[in-house]
Design a protein around this ligand. Structure first.
Ligand SMILES: [Zn+2]
Length: 156
């Protein structure tokens, strides 16, 4: 018997599907992206989290000469939130990127390791959070749950 997993998301040509706060988060994520430490890949990623206590947390990729020692923007932001705002829940995460690794119309998508961390963050909460991926031309993908980004996740 064959089973099919569907990945549910919304696709918008612009920011119209975003809440006002998420539109602000896009700017926060871009700010973070511009400060990324990515001297090796030249691929800059920024993430901005809105927490339930109103705090905005920014993260960006932090590379290292010893490559595996670096970390993605999403996990930098999520781990910062876990360390400093453990009582708050994530409401939304916005992710942006730029660099030659991305084709002009391509929208950045979190790596597998970040998806696993995003999912566990959600499982520690009382409700799911929104994941917003923003392309370089302003196109937007919205996921309503971290579950949607990681079918058949480890530990499910
Ligand atoms: Zn990642």
């Amino acid at each position: 018997m064959n089973y099919i997993h569907e990945i549910k998301y919304e696709r918008h040509p612009n920011y119209e599907g975003l809440t006002n706060v998420e539109q602000q988060l896009v700017m926060n994520a871009q700010q973070a992206m511009n400060k990324a430490y990515a001297p090796y890949s030249k691929f800059k990623v920024g993430a901005a989290l809105l927490l339930s206590n109103g705090t905005v947390v920014q993260g960006n990729n932090q590379e290292n000469m010893a490559y595996p020692s670096g970390l993605c923007a999403e996990r930098v932001a999520l781990f910062h939130a876990g360390a400093n705002h453990s009582d708050a829940e994530v409401v939304s995460i916005v992710i942006v990127a730029e660099g030659d690794l991305l084709k002009p119309n391509e929208i950045v998508s979190p790596c597998g390791a970040c998806r696993q961390v995003m999912l566990e963050t959600q499982r520690r909460q009382t409700s799911p959070y929104r994941i917003v991926l923003v392309g370089q031309k302003g196109e937007v993908l919205i996921f309503h749950s971290a579950e949607d980004l990681l079918p058949m996740a480890f530990g499910s």
